[in-house]
Ligand binder design. Structure first.
Ligand code: BTN
Length: 334
């Protein structure tokens, strides 16, 4: 992707002058460009997620937001091989997966990452809502065009879980674990979830594109998590504190780690996935696909392995062994 040098120069001036308003005229004069070119740059910077205040007769000011997201901030932290990936940042969206799906439908066949600071209709698995308030999390979706069938592509969920764990270790001080199939836990609390959506062609059933959505709770919500999830949900910085540039760094590290695995041999990732998983040896309740009702239709089993296709192998009380590919399990606590 081509660099926009005018936009970068406008941003540099705004950063140097963040304690005052600077007029479009002054920026134009300093850069030897027109005021309309300044305005266009301001517009694209805002689309990149930068918060720029504008007051008539005064000018522009870059709002210094602690731990805000911006595509420039993310790009600055991306590994060299990922610098050409399209990054789209938003303050508030309904769901980053929706925007990534729109990108996939365009059929450009170029990877794209959509990042938001807030979602008003964040989706979780099995039709559940994913609580995504501003100032709490990092919500992002990757749109990919893997050259494989939908079945093999399911392994990308495991690749994502591993990439998120690596990124959290790299950018924070925590050591998270994976709960099959794609929840990330820390201190016995779910701090992140992954939602994978695949779109296949009706003509030949081939995979058209894939969207992988990742939601991470970085900070506890100001009023706490809602009742429905407060017993299970947690955050990376549950003990408080807000880290400057955390979201940009974490998003970049997730993309860099994911792409490093994705562009090489992702079938090799399963050993790392197993090492990070905490279910093996635990007694679990297996919830049949499509429902999560702890009182009915569930069965007790022991989680005994994760196979090479990332299925959870469980042994029921009657000795029957099954490799679960979908559905959900919850850990029995004694
Ligand atoms: C789950 O735990 O059930 C999966 C949660 C996935 C949430 C992420 S947040 C970014 C992306 N956009 C969505 O609407 N959902 C995913």
């Amino acid at each position: 992707m081509k660099r926009n040098l005018t936009k970068e120069s406008v941003l540099a001036i705004l950063k140097d002058n963040s304690t005052r308003y600077i007029s479009g005229e002054e920026i134009a004069e300093r850069l030897f460009i027109t005021r309309s070119a300044v305005w266009k740059s301001i517009k694209t910077l805002r689309e990149d997620g930068m918060q720029i205040e504008a007051i008539s007769n005064k000018g522009y000011r870059l709002v210094d937001e602690i731990d805000g997201i911006s595509s420039i901030g993310i790009k600055a932290k991306l590994s060299e091989e990922c610098k050409d990936i399209a990054i789209k940042c938003y303050e508030t969206v309904e769901s980053t997966n929706d925007i990534a799906n729109e990108w996939g439908r365009l059929g450009i066949q170029e990877e794209c990452v959509v990042v938001a600071q807030e979602q008003t209709k964040g989706r979780g698995r099995r039709g559940r809502e994913f609580y995504s308030p501003k100032d709490t999390g990092l919500y992002m979706s990757l749109c990919l065009f893997p050259e494989t069938d939908a079945k093999s592509a399911t392994l990308l969920t495991c690749v994502t879980a591993v990439a998120v764990c690596r990124a959290l270790v790299e950018t924070t001080s925590i050591n998270p674990e994976i709960k099959w199939v794609n929840d990330i836990f820390y201190n016995d609390r779910k701090i992140a979830g992954i939602l994978t959506e695949a779109v296949t062609s009706i003509e030949d059933g081939s995979l058209s594109y894939m969207v992988i959505g990742i939601g991470i709770n970085l900070y506890d919500p100001i009023k706490g998590f809602p009742d429905a999830i407060k017993k299970i949900a947690g955050s990376v910085y549950s003990k408080g504190g807000i880290k400057d540039n955390m979201r940009n760094e974490l998003a970049a590290s997730i993309v860099s780690n994911f792409m490093r695995i994705y562009r090489e041999d992702w079938s090799q990732i399963i050993d790392e996935y197993r090492k990070k998983s905490f279910l093996i040896g635990k007694t679990v309740i297996v919830h049949p696909a499509g429902r999560i009702d702890i009182n009915k239709d569930n069965m007790y089993a022991k989680a005994i392995a994760i196979d090479d296709e990332c299925h959870l192998v469980v042994e029921y009380e009657n000795g029957k062994v099954e490799a679960l590919s979908t559905g959900e399990v919850s850990v029995v606590k004694y």
